[in-house]
Ligand binder design. Structure first.
Ligand code: FES
Ligand code: FES
Length: 158
């Protein structure tokens, strides 16, 4: 089956019953996407499938043949700089262990693609089911706010 992973078409000969998370991590070595609970509860495995945040531990790869999948690796610009969300998470120290961070950032990227100027309530709602055991939620909120502003005004001047 064919998938487009981070903009690159990939023809994969894999069991269609495997999860997208499993194929990403163990066939494609895209290990930025994390295995947390494995049952849809934590959001650590969030990727974008056709621009929608999805829990990749719940999705069989055979169900998304032909889809475009974006992982945390795919958000990073090719020039090695950081995506505004990555930069904002660093600036606000919005992580401790960092295990939830790829899923948080990908979920936030999905939000900002759909709603470039979200309210705090919209940010909280979009990330509500992404769990952070380290409790960095206030910093994550500040980081997403900063990234939204940076994406809206890439030159840095509002
Ligand atoms: S690992 Fe997928 S939601 Fe927790
Ligand atoms: S930074 Fe540790 S789980 Fe979120």
């Amino acid at each position: 089956m064919r998938l487009v992973i981070n903009g690159q078409p990939q023809d994969l000969d894999v069991d269609p019953d495997r999860t997208v998370l499993d194929v990403l991590r163990h066939t494609l070595d895209q290990t930025g996407t994390k295995y947390g609970c494995g049952e849809g509860q934590c959001g650590a495995c969030t990727v974008l499938i056709d621009n929608q945040p999805v829990r990749s531990c719940l999705v069989r790869v055979g169900a998304v043949a032909g889809a475009a999948i974006t992982t945390i690796e795919g958000l990073t610009p090719a020039d090695g700089s950081l995506h505004p969300l990555q930069q904002a998470f660093l600036d606000h120290q919005a992580l401790q262990c960092g295990y939830c961070t790829p899923g948080m950032i990908v979920a936030a990227a999905g939000l900002l693609a759909a709603q470039p100027n979200p309210t705090d309530a919209q940010i909280i709602a979009a990330l509500d089911r992404n769990l952070c055991r380290c409790g960095t939620y206030p910093r994550i909120l500040a980081a997403v706010r900063q990234a939204a502003a940076a994406l809206a005004h890439p030159g840095g001047t509002p």
